[in-house]
Design a protein around this ligand. Sequence first.
Ligand code: ATP
Ligand code: MG
Length: 678
Amino acid sequence: GLGLKVDYASELNPDQLMAATTIEGKVLVIAGAGSGKTKTLTYRTSYLLENGVSPKEILLLTFTRKAANEIKDRAKSLLASSLSNQELSDEELAEDKLPTDKALNSITSGTFHSFCNMLLRQYSGLLGINPRFTILDTGDSEDAIDLVHKEKKYPAQTKSQAFPRKKTLQNIISTSRNRRIQIRDLIESNYPDIAVHIPIIEQLAVDFHEYKRANHLYDFDDIISQVVRHLKTNDTFRQLLQSQYRYIMVDEYQDTNIPQKQLIDLICEPESVSLMVVGDDNQSIYAFRGANYENILLFGETYPNAKLIKLEQNYRSSPSVLNYINALSAQITLGYQKQLYSDAPIEGHKPVFRRLSDEPKEAGYITDKIVALKPEYDYNDFAVLCRTSFQSNYVQLEFMARNIPFIVVGGIKFIERRHIKDVLAFVKILYNPNDTIAWHRILTLFKGVGAVTATRLTQAITADNNAFESLLAAPFSKKSDQLEPLYHALTKAQQAESVETAIEHILEFYIPVLKLIEENWRERTEDFRVLKNLATEHTTLDSFLENLALDPPNDSVAVMGNLDNGQDSSNDKVTISTIHSAKGLEWPVVFVNSLVDGITPHHRSLDDFEALEEERKLFYVACSRAKTQLYLTAPNYFSSYSGYFDKPSRFIAELSADEVTVETTRRTMIEDDDPIWW
Ligand code: ATP
Ligand code: MG
């Protein structure tokens, strides 16, 4: 071991201590929000290292790579501070100044996707697969499904029921795989409107799969399910991993899906592999990605000798806030019941519910509160949590108008933006000149090239193994003004000596094209700075592409409004985030907005028990991020293409006045028949 001594017993409560120091066997830690699950993982990591476990034997799986790095960073500083407490001699220090850095860096950590991607590339020889595969993100998969659909001329479809769009198709195919439900059953129960298309969709799913295999493409689901398949069928591979990863830890276990659980179970089959999963079934909010909170409930069945540890003390929230989130969690009917307690001495502020006449007023209220509280807090201490990124528009506008610095997390993802996807399509072609999806995307950028022409050209270009030269011979009337410049740009980029320069060459070609198709092209080019910056961190195209697909930057500067352009270099900013992206995090003051029935809970969930339950969990996740103050706000009405909503969220109306203060200013706002005004 490292021979250090962190004082675990004084930093952790007895249950946490038990979890951090039980290092063999299978352990499930189940506990509500803010009870120190992630903190326990951090201490367990340092405890393992102190007790002679090699960092190479540790596998740490989390929901984002950032979360994994945070656990490692904290474990690192823990070890470093205990190191400095020990008054090491100069020689000892000189010998190995920072054993902790080295140790922590060789821990395998990240998301399920990044871990599996790494395995597929590292063991490609053993598994007999081509290591030069390309990863399709969700949008790419949709495009690929669309391509296959157009290419295969399926028998004519009935006009009475419209054929679903590519987004729905991708969703159906992915859900069917992640939940292990036949496409037919899934459509019959969840999409009865399109039942007549079942045979075609089933065929399309098969053809899509073959298409991916033929072109060395892996979508997010494939990355994991391929590893699971190899673990099942390849004994050498399985045994290799079982002896390599002897200590496995998983945070946010409630959000794993069936393939992810299988992956863990296959590696953890031998007694000798130690596994600790931590989670809160009340916080499972990824059912739409196939996550299955029952994985937590099934843990004891899978591992009959497993130890169950419950953490019941909450350290995050003040008693008044905790009282409210306990009441919320009692409304969640499925799963373990948990009541958290706090021994914090000061009761604190009761959560406040406030209804405003419209969305701009709601944004104004939030901003006023921040301005009023600011003297006591930093901007960093505030977060505004929204159901989806669309609910943050007015807040962003108000912040800009009143010079409140902010960052937006979890909105339109950086790599989901059109112009970023376009540029990445060029990079993908440099990496794999036969990437048909990328070609298709690029060709449709040209004026007058529709899907049909693009498909025809793509086929011609990728027919043999010299795609770039084929551009010059392609059967296309506007070859000289479009394909020839493209050829020159690609060849130049291909010869570039760095990823960054390659991107610069691509941009020289692409920005004039973008100008013709997007009015706000100038704002969009801001994102290219981010892209080039990221490129400088990579020496090869594949590591660059892989990193972007698996661990993309969270947000797009161009949609953030206040561009992070050097003038505003301070890191003290209010966070505006979707609830999904706020998982695991905490802030002293939290605002949750748009609490209108139809938005939260979402109108599509209202008559589906399980969907409504998930909305409730989402609201629980939002509220449980708050440490000292929680503000819940709702505009009087909300009007969008999906409907007109004017009742406050039922999640608030369900609770009693004991838990929440309903704030009003003008009595005229009160409506007698409104359930919220108890
Ligand atoms: P979530 O369910 O939201 O992910 P969690 O259970 O992972 O929450 P943590 O984020 O680990 O909880 O901890 C919540 C807060 O409580 C953190 O600020 C953490 O430092 C603090 N905390 C946890 N355990 C203790 C403890 N024993 N003593 C003091 N503070 C603690
Ligand atoms: Mg946590």
